[in-house]
Design a protein around this ligand. Structure first.
Ligand code: FMN
Length: 149
């Protein structure tokens, strides 16, 4: 991720971050290649707009964590909401806080459901600020509630 492109402080420092977490259902008939195409788009667009996060895909469910400048995340969510590759989108949380990025080096990482708990545990171990610890604990709870396959 090229931090020079961002109009915000360098990696590791606290900044005002807009964060959206949602889950949705993949459109019937889509395949792994379609998910890879989404990731390819994300890896082009996200670094140029300061957006980082992760996408969990398993069974027929997507679960995505997005963080970055409000303008970028809202623009992206506008596109994502009308994307025909998924449906039944449910926003789990939207907030804006001054904190460090949770996943500073991930333009958009595709995470298997089996690995999500480990990913969150690692992030929790690395989290320095209390707000990050709190946000991660909330996310873990949501993952448990979402009953990912
Ligand atoms: C589950 C899901 C996650 C997505 N995540 C991203 C993302 O992180 N970044 C991105 O640029 N596009 C992502 N997309 C694609 C956008 O919905 C959209 O196709 C993209 O912003 C291009 O917009 P446009 O097709 O209106 O030009 C995602 C799509 C889906 C279905």
């Amino acid at each position: 991720m090229n931090q020079d492109l961002y109009d915000e402080p360098s990696e590791g420092s606290e900044t005002l971050l807009h964060n959206v977490v949602y889950c949705s259902r993949i459109t019937t008939g889509l395949a792994e290649a379609d998910v890879q195409a989404i990731i390819a788009t994300a890896r082009r667009w996200n670094p140029a707009h300061g957006v980082t996060g992760l996408l969990v895909y398993g069974g027929d469910i997507f679960f995505q964590w997005l963080e970055g400048p409000k303008k970028s995340v809202e623009q992206l969510m506008h596109n994502i909401r009308k994307d025909k590759r998924h449906n039944t989108l449910v926003e789990l949380s939207v907030n804006e806080e001054v904190r460090e990025r949770m996943f500073p080096t991930w333009d958009m990482e595709l995470v298997q459901p089996d690995d999500i708990r480990e990913v969150l545990q690692d992030a929790l171990r690395d989290a320095k600020a209390a707000v990050n610890t709190k946000a991660l604990r909330e996310l873990m709870q949501r993952v448990e509630e979402a009953e990912l396959p």
